[in-house]
Design a protein around this ligand. Structure first.
Ligand SMILES: [Fe+2]
Ligand SMILES: [Fe+2]
Length: 182
């Protein structure tokens, strides 16, 4: 298997979350209150799965190894764009989280329009970003790697995920210990 196999598989899961948010956006646009719990879950999904786990494997393993190869100008330009886009993705998720927290605190629908707007930006962003990686980048850049390098990358992906899971829940335990429920 090539390392882009698991990455493309993860794209399909991200697309399923986009489908869920597309429906939520339509609901809000029909004047229903935003589902703050659903949005909270989506923020956790985008932060932990899409950004830390998925973009993490892209940037910390695949892109890192590509930086050690003499890649074409075209591939370099796309990789630079992808890194910039990851930053934009993080910003949009922070924006969505901010509006959602405001809605939880204020308890009224004053930011419903903004939430629908940010969801719309997030949907456009992720679908274009995924399309660019799937169609223009992942397959051609595999040609820079030997079979051994690819299987090394796959092993690193597994180790990365294992560490991430521990990091997430270790962080949760620390927070709970610092702020115990009295
Ligand atoms: Fe990406
Ligand atoms: Fe990706």
């Amino acid at each position: 298997m090539q390392p882009i196999g698991p990455l493309m598989h993860e794209h399909r899961l991200i697309e399923r979350m986009l489908g869920i948010l597309e429906k939520e956006k339509s609901r809000i646009q029909e004047d229903q209150a935003a589902d703050t719990q659903l949005i909270d879950q989506s923020v956790d999904f985008f932060r932990t799965f899409a950004d830390r786990c998925h973009h993490g494997k892209e940037e910390d393993i695949l892109f890192r190894d590509l930086k050690n190869k003499s890649i074409s100008k075209e591939h370099q330009a796309i990789m630079d764009e992808l890194i910039e886009e990851h930053i934009l993705g993080r910003r949009l998720v922070t924006e969505l989280d901010g509006y959602n927290n405001h809605l939880v605190r204020s308890g009224n629908g004053s930011v419903n329009k903004e939430i629908a707007g940010t969801i719309d930006k997030l949907l456009n962003f992720y679908s274009e970003h995924i399309k660019k990686e799937d169609k223009d980048f992942f397959h051609p850049v595999m040609a820079y790697f030997s079979r051994e390098e690819m299987s090394g990358m796959l092993q690193e992906f597994d180790a990365f995920e294992k560490e991430l899971l521990h990091e997430k829940y270790l962080g949760m335990i620390r927070k709970l210990e610092e702020n115990p429920v009295s």
